[in-house]
Design a protein around this ligand. Structure first.
Ligand SMILES: *[C@@H]1O[C@H](CO)[C@@H](O)[C@H](O)[C@H]1NC(C)=O
Ligand SMILES: *[C@@H]1O[C@H](CO)[C@@H](O)[C@H](O)[C@H]1NC(C)=O
Ligand SMILES: *[C@@H]1O[C@H](CO)[C@@H](O)[C@H](O)[C@H]1NC(C)=O
Ligand SMILES: *[C@@H]1O[C@H](CO)[C@@H](O)[C@H](O)[C@H]1NC(C)=O
Length: 885
């Protein structure tokens, strides 16, 4: 701040000095009065700016008693030898204002005006035409509106006209075609309507014509073919219709032609083949029909060709092989038929070739199978045939390949393992046979592997565990067999897993419970047996689970109710027995359930989804739902889950808790997803202790804190103090101890219960992990993971620490917190509002990953109630909406 001020002062002095030197020593002094009136006029304009102090024009000033000369002293102003202003370059100067007071009449010698990248608004005044010497006019990247004044056509020396990226509307004045020396015309990204004036054909010197991203209509005037100098023609993203004029074939200097996303129809004129300079031709997303003219093979400089999303038909001409520089060829979503060109990769530059969703037949040409330059290849949705067992794969640069939904046969080549960059491999819906080659696991960057709907046999190779980047894995609809290999457990990034309709057998491995990011799991139509692993309860992001048509037995594990994201659950056609866990009551997201054809008994859970569930084929179910017999009360559930205990807890409150009661919540053991194994190990080990022996845990915490000795205290708040406790296992936890015990003051008791209730609902990498709680006659406390770096508030208030927080880290913190809030507001049911997001409630890991903490004032938003009006939180941080309520 201080430094900046001194700097400005220094600059001011410097400016004064130069000014005086100019005024008293330079010969310009003779013309000072003319210059002075120009300066005055400019100052008058400056005075109309809305942000007089915030722009970069502090050097524009008037000095009484001396003739003010702006030449080379004022920012952005230059003069001719006669000391009259001829250039005004104020690009990116923070100007907020209009052009209404711009001294058009007072600056007769102006040749160059650049006011781009400011916040100019209002219309362009027609007086602009008085700048009769103007050569260069750039008003781009402002907020100018209104029509382009036709008087601009009177600026007959103009060579460059940039009005792009404003909010100009109306049609393009045809008077622009009088600017016979015009070289660059940029009107893109406005709101211009109407046609392209045919008279533009007169602009013989034009090299650049950018009209894209407007709402221009009508057809492309054939007169454009007269613009012999044209190099770049950009007219994409308009509403242009009609056909492409054949005269465009005369634009022999054209290197770039972008006409995509219009409504052009008719055929591609064969004359386009005359554009020998063309490097980049993009005609996609129109209504073009007919076939590709073979003359396109003459475009020997062409590197990029986009024809996708039209109605083109016929074969892809063999002449395309002559395009030796071609790097990108996009033909997808047309009606092409016939064979792929045999030597399409002949030039050795082809990187991106997409021809999916056409009617192509024949086999994949050898040149494509061995095309080392390929990065992306999409041929899905054609009728390609042939054996792809051999010489396919081994692409050093390939990232994405999709050959799905063709009629390809043969085995999966082991060469796919030689694609070090490969991220997506899809060969679904073909006639592949044989087994999955173990070599595929050498392509360790694979994120998505889709081999579904083929006739593959054999087991999943053990070294599949090396594919640790896998996010989507689809092997469904084959004849794979055997147990799931335990090595599968290392695929912890997986989000979508479909192994349905195969012959997999033995138990569903408990390691599936470690796939914490999973949102889709389908194991249906296999031969899985034994019990459903209770570990699946850890899959808190899972939204669809299908285990139907297997031979699963035993009870439905009550841990499954922890899958709070679950929406669809299909357990039909198994041999499941026993009662449906009552804690299914709390699975608020569930809306489709199928438990038909099992041997389940007892009452159905009190959950809306069960009202419409498919439950036929179970003899012992009862409840108030059509088709079921009413329940006989002696069959009521006996077991009370931990979760239920928590819910009735507030009601029984003080009575129940007179004695030592150490209740721990088993569901809290969510491992931080992308974090070091070390932290997660510690977390898990701590957890297993607390999960099974609360009394021991209590003892350990009392011992570790020396009975809550102040030396272990790391923070104090209104309701309680926070201590660190190093447990015998070596893990460190944070313990928030309330000042009052539960049977004490009502407010803190409420807060305690509130916090527990909120915390049991949520798991997120940016929300502090809750490990357990204790309520005894002496103490009430909550146990959390300990975040070594402390709170954001503490860091920001320490100058040295704050310096370590660079901007990208700060952005990351903001992002993390917003992820946490988004999760609480949108992914939790009912939504949770924290109501006290302050920097002191944002804790940081050592890598500055943020965690939202302190849920003492959080509220569950019951959608049926409107009782959330009470103000809570830290003054100054409360959401504004709440104050209004
Ligand atoms: C652009 O013009 C159209 C009609 O001419 C109008 O509906 C639309 O609101 C305008 N958009 C902007 C951003 O001015
Ligand atoms: C192309 O230019 C030639 C003259 O250079 C002219 O005769 C011909 O008509 C033009 N072609 C089209 C299609 O306009
Ligand atoms: C696409 O081509 C097939 C023949 O290959 C033809 O029957 C069909 O009508 C064409 N569809 C369109 C939209 O042109
Ligand atoms: C559950 O799976 C069975 C067999 O896989 C299927 O027939 C049924 O339609 C599925 N139920 C629902 C509700 O999708």
């Amino acid at each position: 701040m201080k430094k900046q001020k001194t700097m400005t002062n220094l600059l001011c002095c410097l400016a004064c000095l130069i000014l005086y030197v100019q005024l008293f020593l330079s010969p310009n002094i003779a013309f000072a009065s003319a210059t002075s009136s120009e300066a005055e006029a400019l100052l008058k304009w400056k005075a109309t700016f809305q942000n007089e102090t915030k722009n970069n024009l502090t050097s524009w000033a008037y000095y009484p008693n001396v003739n003010t000369n702006p030449c080379n002293v004022w920012t952005g102003v230059s003069c001719n030898t006669a000391a009259s202003v001829n250039r005004v370059n104020l690009t990116n100067s923070g100007i907020q204002g209009t052009l209404y007071e711009f001294p058009f009449l007072s600056l007769p010698n102006l040749e160059y005006v650049d006011l781009s990248l400011n916040q100019l608004f209002g219309a362009i005044p027609s007086q602009i035409s008085s700048l009769s010497k103007l050569i260069y006019l750039d008003l781009s990247h402002n907020q100018l509106s209104g029509k382009i004044p036709p008087e601009i056509g009177l600026l007959n020396s103009l060579q460059v006209l940039h009005l792009n990226e404003n909010q100009l509307n109306g049609s393009i004045p045809q008077e622009i075609s009088q600017l016979q020396f015009l070289n660059e015309l940029c009107l893109q990204k406005n709101n211009l309507t109407g046609p392209i004036p045919p008279d533009f054909g007169k602009l013989k010197d034009l090299t650049m014509m950018y009209l894209f991203k407007n709402q221009l209509s009508g057809s492309i005037p054939s007169e454009i073919g007269n613009l012999k100098s044209l190099v770049n023609l950009g007219i994409y993203k308009n509403n242009l219709s009609g056909s492409i004029p054949t005269s465009l074939g005369n634009l022999t200097n054209l290197t770039l032609l972008y006409a995509y996303e219009n409504k052009l129809s008719g055929v591609i004129p064969k004359e386009i083949g005359n554009l020998k300079s063309l490097v980049d031709l993009q005609l996609s997303e129109n209504h073009l029909n007919g076939s590709i003219p073979s003359s396109l093979g003459d475009l020997s400089n062409l590197e990029i060709l986009f024809l996708r999303d039209n109605q083109l038909s016929g074969p892809i001409p063999q002449e395309m092989e002559n395009l030796k520089k071609l790097a990108v060829l996009q033909l997808k979503n047309n009606n092409f038929s016939g064979y792929l060109p045999q030597n399409i990769c002949g030039g050795g530059y082809l990187e991106n070739f997409t021809a999916q969703n056409n009617h192509l037949i024949g086999s994949i040409p050898k040149s494509l199978k061995t095309c080392k330059s390929l990065v992306r290849l999409r041929l899905e949705g054609n009728q390609l045939t042939g054996n792809i067992s051999d010489d396919f794969g081994a692409y050093p640069n390939l990232r994405f390949i999709d050959l799905s939904h063709n009629n390809l046969h043969g085995e999966i080549s082991h060469l796919w393992g030689q694609c070090p960059q490969l991220e997506t491999l899809r060969i679904a819906g073909n006639k592949l046979t044989g087994s999955i080659p173990p070599e595929i696991s050498h392509a360790t960057q694979i994120h998505e592997l889709d081999l579904s709907s083929n006739s593959l046999v054999g087991v999943i190779p053990k070294n599949f565990g090396r594919l640790t980047s896998l996010v989507n894995l689809m092997l469904n609809g084959n004849q794979l067999w055997g147990p799931i290999p335990s090595e599968f457990g290392s695929l912890t990034d997986i989000e979508y897993l479909d192994l349905s309709t195969n012959n997999f057998k033995e138990s569903i491995p408990g390691i599936f419970g470690d796939f914490l990011k999973l949102h889709y799991l389908n194991l249906s139509n296999n031969k899985f047996s034994q019990e459903i692993p209770f570990q699946l309860g850890k899959l808190v992001h899972l939204s669809q689970l299908d285990l139907s048509h297997n031979s699963l037995e035993g009870k439905i594990p009550s841990e499954m109710s922890s899958m709070q994201s679950l929406e669809k659950l299909n357990l039909s056609y198994n041999n499941l027995t026993g009662l449906i866990p009552t804690n299914f009551d709390e699975m608020h997201g569930l809306y489709r359930i199928d438990i038909s054809y099992n041997q389940l008994q007892g009452p159905i859970p009190n959950n809306k989804a069960f009202q419409n569930a498919r439950m036929d084929g179970n003899n012992g179910l009862c409840g108030n739902v059509g088709g079921l017999k009413p329940c006989n009360h002696s069959v009521e559930h006996k077991h009370t889950s931990k979760k239920e205990f928590l819910i009735i807890f507030p009601i029984l409150g003080t009575l129940l808790l007179a004695f030592l009661a150490f209740v721990l919540i088993g569901r809290r053991s969510r491992r931080k997803q992308e974090q070091e194994i070390k932290r997660s190990n510690m977390h898990e080990s701590f957890f297993s202790i607390s999960n099974f022996d609360g009394r021991k845990m209590y003892g350990e915490i009392m011992e570790a804190t020396n009975g809550f000795d102040v030396v272990h205290c790391i923070g104090k708040g209104g309701q309680g103090s926070v201590y660190t406790a190093k447990l015998p296992s070596g893990s460190i936890v944070a313990v928030k101890k309330f000042h009052q015990t539960l049977d004490g003051e009502e407010a803190s008791r409420k807060e305690f219960l509130n916090e527990i209730r909120a915390l049991t609902q949520i798991r997120h990498r940016n929300i502090v992990k809750f490990l357990g709680f204790c309520s005894s006659a002496q103490h009430s406390f909550l146990v959390y993971e300990y975040l070594e770096t402390g709170s954001l508030a503490a860091i920001l208030s320490n100058e040295n620490e704050a310096k370590k927080l660079d901007w990208s880290t700060r952005v990351r913190i903001v992002k993390g917190v917003s992820h946490a809030l988004c999760y609480m507001h949108h992914d939790c049911s009912p939504p949770i509002v924290h109501r006290d997001i302050t920097s002191s409630n944002i804790l940081l890991h050592c890598d500055y990953e943020p965690c939202v903490s302190d849920f003492g004032t959080a509220k569950l938003l019951n959608p049926d109630s409107s009782n959330w009006t009470a103000l809570a939180g830290t003054y100054g941080y409360v959401a504004p909406g709440k104050i209004l309520k």
